[in-house]
Structure formats: C-alpha cells, structure tokens
Design a protein around this ligand. Structure first.
Ligand SMILES: [Mg+2]
Length: 376
C-alpha cells in the first residue's frame, strides 16, 4: 500500500494584475504557501494555504502539521487531520479552529489531489460524483474609481458575463457612486455586493435601503464576522437578501447561521472550512436548512480554483455564481487546464486528481519574491 514519503512547503508571493480595492484596504500581491505531498511511488499531490498573519510563520506551522503525514496512507486524510488537530491544537488548549482550518485546507487539498492522481480519477468522482456538467462563476469587477469599475463592467457585460460582483464598504458616497455606475453599464444583469464586515447594524440597514433601487441580488457580510445575531438583525430589517461570508469559517458557524436564520445563502470555501472534504459537510448542514452554498475564494491561485471546481461539481445545493480569484494574479501558476469560465460557466475537469499542471518557472519566481520580501 502506498505511503506518504515526503512533504514540502514552498512560500510564494505573486503580484496582481492591478491593485485590489476592498473595505480592508488595498493589496498588490497574493501570498500562498504551496504544499507538495509525495507518495513513495513518486506521485505528488499539491495544495495551497493562505498565510496570515506571517507567511514564514505559517509555513513553519504547516511543515510541523504535515510532518505527521509521513509514513501514513493518503487515503486516511480525514482521520489524520482530525488527529493532528487534537494533538497539535486542542491538546495544548489551543481551540483555534479558524486558524487551523486555514492550514488544513492546503493539506486536505494536496491529499485529495494525491489520491486522485494515484487512482487516475478526477477528485469529484472520489467524492461521490458530479451533480452537474459545469459550475457557474460570477464576474469580479476590478478598479478603484467609479469610472474604472464602470469600464470593467461594460467590457464584461459586452463579453456575455451573467453575474457581477462588486466590493462596497468603501464609504457611503463612493459606494453609491460605484454601484450606480456599474448598474448603468450592465442593464438588467444580476449584481451582487460585498461589504466585507464594513458596517454596523444601523449603517448596514441604512445602506441597504439606499442601495435597494439598484436591484441588488444580495449583499455579502454587511456586518462584523463575529456577531451572527448582528447579521440576523440586518436581514430581518431589509429587503435585500443577505449572504454570510466571514461569519462562516467552521462547521459550527454554518450551523449557527442556519439556526439563527441569519443569512439567505452561505458563502464559504475550502480555505476557511479546512479543505475539500469539510466543504461537503458544510454544504450538508446548509442543505438541511434549505440554503445554497456559494463557493468563496480569497487570495488564491488556480490550485484552489481547481479544488473549488471539484467541490462545485459535487455539492448538490450549489449557487450558480461562485467566486474564483486566480484571474486577478498577474501570471497564474496553473499552466493547464484553462480556468477561464465561458459566459460564466466552466466545464467539469476529467483529468486525474485536481487536474492541473503547474508552471515551475512561475513558482520559482514566486519563491524568490518571498525570499526578497524577507530580506527587505
Ligand atoms: Mg466575501
């Protein structure tokens, strides 16, 4: 029986095509820690993790956690990760499930990729099979000013995009200006907003009332992530549907959001919930509450996009406007397959594992950029 023989962690810094504007500020790069899990027959599975608050620090944690995998079977991913969480976190009184999930996400992703490559089957077939032939994705508008965002919206609308997504929470005057400008360009197309925790309850209710005339499909995470009741209060008071994002990081968060009827949909991704397999559990809890899942992505490359795509194929209660982020990176490290949706749809991948090949030169450049950032 095949065993894991080696684990490598490679910190990468990847510049974006253009500055990224949202309620938390402005970003110029995405940083990820790549994880490669090698079996004793030479097959390698690959995943990636987010890096907050310190990339070198999280790389060291990831190495420590993944060291437990050496000598183990890649087919035991679920009990292995459970044991690591108990041993390395709970056993020390460190009930840090959100932080742990961010580390486990990349390990879980790599383990499923490895299983698929060993079995010569796409990951969605290992997870029970595909519910659909293609997954729907929204168009993520980029720009700083109303003029830049409107120009992006006009181009994407002309290109046949179905669902548009815009960051707000950047100040009332600018928010109203950019939403009006985008709505003018996209006609009757679907428009979603994401406030990323920017508002208090009263402000959120006021903003929703001012935004209602722009026919908003939903507003994501209007209020702070740690208060589910705050989001529920907004939802009870406004006409625009509310979607939970930063409030939903763990299975227990998903349950509480459902129980408190705090959202009309749950936006969650592998990077929060801890990988591919935990996403199926989160979706099942939401399904029981009658809610759909909108896959969430954040500061990720095509590696996570590929994992999200297999999840999207597998979850029954999936929304048709999911999030991907690889397209914001200057040069994505995934060389194939083509991850660009056509008119907002991306067909199922049939290649073994998560199905991607990587550009080793871009990875080496990303590593050098990380090293340079440590010296600077
Ligand atoms: Mg969001």
């Amino acid at each position: 029986m095949v065993k894991i023989s080696n684990v490598r962690v490679r910190p990468l810094v990847l510049p974006l095509k253009q500055p990224y504007h949202w309620s938390y500020g402005i970003r110029q790069t995405f940083a990820v820690n790549l994880i490669e899990i090698e079996a004793d027959d030479g097959t390698v599975g690959i995943g990636e993790c987010t890096v907050a608050p310190d990339q070198g620090g999280t790389a060291a944690i990831l190495k420590r956690l993944a060291a437990h995998l050496v000598g183990q079977s890649p087919y035991d991913v679920v009990p292995l990760l459970s044991r690591i969480f108990h041993q390395e976190y709970l056993g020390h009184g460190a009930n840090l499930m959100r932080a742990a999930n961010q580390m486990f996400s990349g390990i879980d992703m790599a383990m499923w990729d490895l299983q698929g490559r060993l079995a010569k089957l796409p990951v969605h077939r290992l997870l029970g099979g595909a519910h659909r032939k293609a997954v729907g994705y929204f168009y993520f508008l980029q720009g700083e000013t109303a003029e830049e965002l409107a120009r992006d919206a006009a181009g994407a609308h002309a290109a046949g995009e179905r669902v548009f997504y815009l960051k707000v929470g950047r100040g009332e005057a600018l928010d109203l200006e950019i939403v009006a400008a985008v709505r003018r360009e996209i006609g009757g197309a679907r428009l979603r907003l994401d406030a990323n925790e920017a508002w208090g309850v009263h402000e959120a209710i006021t903003m929703c009332r001012k935004l209602e005339k722009f026919d908003i499909e939903f507003i994501e995470q209007p209020t702070v992530s740690w208060s589910i009741p705050a989001m529920a209060q907004v939802r009870e008071s406004v006409g625009i549907p509310i979607v939970a994002d930063q409030s939903a990081f763990t299975l227990h968060d998903v349950y509480e959001i459902c129980r408190q009827r705090a959202a009309d949909m749950i936006c969650i991704g592998p990077r929060e919930i801890g990988g591919i397999q935990p996403m199926l559990k989160a979706a099942a809890v939401a399904e029981a509450a009658g809610l759909k899942i909108c896959i969430h992505s954040s500061f990720t490359t095509g590696i996570t996009t590929s994992a999200e795509h297999h999840i999207g194929l597998t979850i029954p209660n999936l929304d048709d406007g999911n999030q991907i982020m690889w397209q914001l990176v200057g040069k994505d490290i995934v060389a194939s397959p083509d991850l660009a949706p056509k008119n907002g749809w991306l067909d199922a991948f049939q290649q073994p594992g998560l199905g991607f090949t990587l550009d080793e030169n871009l990875i080496a450049e990303g590593e050098r950029r990380f090293q340079a950032s440590r010296q600077g």
